[in-house]
Ligand binder design. Structure first.
Ligand SMILES: C[S@@+](CC[C@H](N)C(=O)[O-])C[C@H]1O[C@@H](n2cnc3c(N)ncnc32)[C@H](O)[C@@H]1O
Length: 268
């Protein structure tokens, strides 16, 4: 039996009142992912697990033809509403399709690019989803996968601090969910090696990009709020540049590649 909330919306995910580090992370994750799709005007792009559709809409505003595939009825309804409001005259509205990532309702090699942002850890069968993305992408097209890294530098340091508190000082565990623990609605705890291993079965990986470092470190969000923006912004950009060099430490990992030629073996 499939245990997935089809009425899901983003009310538990959309941050209200973001700190500069969160703002930066979300914006850079989106920018890196969408840029990697090479969604020039007229190209056909598939947004897998499109949620409330903001990325599909953003690409449509740039002139691409976009389909957002999403199983949740509520999310799809929100996307339709948002799309109506956010598109300008002349923009081609995205098409919204109800569908699971591991059974995409499209012909082989239909899209110039497919992408999946911040969602694979919610899938009960993410490898089948990658296989499907590779199947529906043209041979010279792009498959782009962006996901949170639960073995980031911030996760490692926070875990070490908690172990020190609990094992050495004998203090009780911190209240609330710890940033390095996967949320209850995640099926997979992604880190760089697992991401590359799963992707490489179906995709010729061309590039692995890290985005941002330090998100979730104790005190960092508070400090980023207190410091003046002219100081915080260069620090965030510097950490992001470091993440590009060392994706294993990054808060988010973006994997970009082309469908493998031997993809007949990759069908789910
Ligand atoms: C955290 S949201 C991310 C949405 C969007 N990509 C974004 O960046 O805002 C995760 C999405 O995955 C969808 N989802 C969960 N399981 C799925 C599956 N097996 N196939 C496709 N989508 C799924 C959920 O309905 C939800 O919209």
């Amino acid at each position: 039996m499939r245990v997935v909330d089809l009425d899901r919306d983003m009310s538990d995910v959309i941050p209200t009142g973001m700190s500069p580090d969160s703002e930066f992370l979300f914006a850079r994750m989106t920018e890196a992912t969408l840029h990697a799709t090479c969604a020039d005007p007229g190209r056909l792009v598939l947004d897998v697990a499109s949620g409330f559709g903001q990325d599909s809409i953003s690409l449509a505003r740039g002139g691409a033809r976009v389909i957002g595939a999403e199983p949740s009825e509520r999310m799809t309804a929100m996307a339709q509403l948002l799309g109506g409001e956010d598109l300008e005259q002349g923009d081609l509205a995205p098409d919204w399709v109800r569908g699971w990532a591991d059974a995409l309702p499209f012909e082989d090699a239909s899209f110039d690019a497919t992408f999946c942002k911040g969602a694979m850890d919610h899938f009960d069968d993410p490898e089948a989803a990658i296989a499907e993305m590779a199947r529906v992408t043209k041979r010279d097209g792009r498959v782009v996968l962006a996901i949170a890294n639960f073995d980031s530098l911030a996760c490692r340091v926070t875990r070490a601090i908690d172990e020190f508190r609990e094992d050495w000082l004998g203090w009780g565990p911190m209240r609330g969910r710890r940033g390095y623990d996967t949320p209850s609605d995640h099926f997979t705890r992604y880190e760089l090696d697992l991401m590359k291993e799963q992707a490489a079965r179906y995709v010729e990986i061309e590039r692995v990009q890290g985005v941002s470092i330090g998100w979730g470190l104790p005190g960092w969000a508070t400090l980023a709020c207190l410091l003046p923006r002219p100081l915080v912004d260069p620090i965030l950009r510097g950490l992001d540049a470091l993440a590009r060099q060392f994706p294993t430490l990054a808060d988010v990992i973006v994997v970009v590649g082309r469908p493998r030629l031997d993809r007949s073996t990759s069908s789910p």
